[in-house]
Design a binder for this molecule. Structure first.
Ligand SMILES: NC(=O)c1ccc[n+]([C@@H]2O[C@H](COP(=O)([O-])OP(=O)(O)OC[C@H]3O[C@@H](n4cnc5c(N)ncnc54)[C@H](OP(=O)(O)O)[C@@H]3O)[C@@H](O)[C@H]2O)c1
Length: 311
C-alpha cells in the first residue's frame, strides 16, 4: 500500500489527511517510483484553499507536483529507466505519497551529487525560473530586478540571471539580505519607497524585471523602472500583470504556461544542481504525516528555502 496525502474538502491545512491506497501497476510507458522526497510549493495549498476554485467534483484532491525517488518497476515501453534508477519526477500530480506511478517522460535522472531533499525541491521552482529568465530575455550586461529573490523561485532566478552575466538586484525582507548576497544579488527591502531604493542602487537603470512576489507594489514599481514592458515578467500576479501589459507566466488566465521550455530545462537544472553550480536551499523537512504543519509554515512565510516532505 502507498500512503497518500489528500484534501478531502476545500479549506485550510486541517483538510489534509493521509490515506492508504494501492499504488497501482505501471502501464505502457509508465514507471513506479518509491518517493524519497517531495517538494512543497505555494501551488500545493492554492489547490485546496479555494485560490483556484472550489469545484466539489474535483475532490478528493491529490497534492504535490514534484518528487525524487527510486524506480521500483517499469511498465511496457518504459525502457528508458530501470529498477534501482534514482530519478526526479516533474511535472507530476500527487507527489505527496510514498509511491507514485508516472509516465517515464515525466522523469529525469537524479545526479548522484544531489541529495534527496534538494532533488525533490528543485524542479518546480527551477523550471519556472528558467522560463522567467528566458521570457524577460535576461542576458550579459543587464541589470535585472527580482521581486521575492529570497523565495523558492526567486533564489533560482537570481542564480540563473547571475550565471548569464546579469547584475541582479533582489527584493527581500531585511533578515534575508545576507542570503541574497550569497546568491549573487544586491539586496533591497520591499515596501514603500522601493522605486527610489532601486534607483539609488542602479543610476543607469533596470533592463528587466522578474516578479515572483505578486504584489501590486512589485508590478507598479517594475513598470516605473523599465521602459520596455515585454521585459517585465510576473509569475504571481496575472490580474495586475495583464492590466499593465507585462508578460504573465503560468497556467492562470492569459498566462504563458511555457510547457516546452520548462520541460526542456529539467536536465540542465539537474546537471547544474548536481555539480553545485546551482544551490537549492532546503529550509525545512517534514514527515509526510506532518503535511499540515509544513503547509502552515509555508503559508505563514516562516521558512526561507524549500520545504520538503519525506515519507
Ligand atoms: N506562474 C507560475 O508558473 C508559478 C510557478 C511557481 C510559483 N508561482 C507563484 O510564485 C509565487 C512565489 O513562489 P515561491 O515558491 O517562490 O514562494 P516562496 O518560496 O514562498 O517565496 C515568496 C517570496 O515572496 C517574498 N515576499 C513576501 N512578502 C512580500 C512582499 N510584500 N513584497 C515582496 N516580496 C515579498 C518573500 O520574501 P521575504 O520573506 O524575504 O520577504 C518570499 O521569499 C507564489 O505565488 C507561487 O504560487 C507561480
Amino acid at each position: 500500500m502507498s500512503r497518500v496525502v489528500v484534501a478531502a474538502a476545500y479549506g485550510g491545512p486541517e483538510v489534509l489527511a493521509l490515506v492508504e491506497e494501492e499504488p497501482g501497476t505501471p502501464g505502457p510507458g509508465e514507471v513506479l517510483v518509491e518517493v524519497r522526497a517531495a517538494g512543497v510549493n505555494p501551488a500545493d495549498w492554492k489547490t485546496y484553499t479555494g485560490a483556484w476554485g472550489s469545484d466539489p467534483a474535483r475532490l478528493p484532491l491529490r497534492l504535490g507536483f514534484e518528487a525524487a525517488g527510486v524506480v521500483l518497476a517499469v511498465g511496457p515501453e518504459g525502457e528508458s529507466f530501470a529498477p534501482g534508477d534514482e530519478v526526479i519526477a516533474h511535472p507530476v500530480q500527487g507527489a505527496y505519497a510514498d509511491h507514485l506511478v508516472v509516465p517515464s517522460a515525466d522523469l529525469v535522472p537524479k545526479p548522484a551529487g544531489l541529495d534527496w531533499a534538494r532533488a525533490g525541491g528543485l524542479m518546480l521552482a527551477g523550471t519556472t525560473a528558467v522560463h522567467a529568465v528566458a521570457a524577460a530575455a535576461v542576458g550579459a550586461g543587464d541589470t535585472v530586478l527580482v521581486h521575492g529573490a529570497s523565495g523558492g523561485v526567486g533564489a533560482m532566478v537570481t542564480q540563473l540571471a547571475h550565471h548569464r552575466g546579469a547584475r541582479v538586484i533582489g527584493t527581500a525582507s531585511p533578515a534575508n539580505h545576507e542570503y541574497l548576497v550569497d546568491l549573487g544579488a544586491a539586496p533591497v527591502a520591499h515596501g514603500p519607497g522601493l522605486v527610489d531604493r532601486v534607483r539609488a542602487l542602479t543610476p543607469s537603470g533596470v533592463h528587466a524585471v522578474i516578479d515572483t512576489a505578486g504584489t501590486d507594489e512589485a508590478l507598479d514599481a517594475s513598470v516605473a523602472l523599465v521602459s520596455d514592458r515585454r521585459r517585465v515578467a510576473t509569475i504571481a500576479n496575472g490580474v495586475r500583470g495583464t492590466e499593465l501589459g507585462v508578460r504573465v507566466l503560468g497556467h492562470g488566465p492569459g498566462g504563458d504556461p511555457g510547457t516546452e521550455v520548462r520541460r526542456a530545462a529539467r536536465r540542465l537544472l539537474a546537471e547544474l544542481a548536481g555539480s553545485g553550480r546551482l544551490t537549492v536551499r532546503v529550509g525545512a523537512t517534514y514527515h509526510l504525516a506532518d503535511v499540515a504543519r509544513a503547509h502552515r509554515a509555508g503559508i505563514a512565510g516562516r521558512v526561507v528555502g524549500k520545504i520538503v516532505l519525506v515519507p
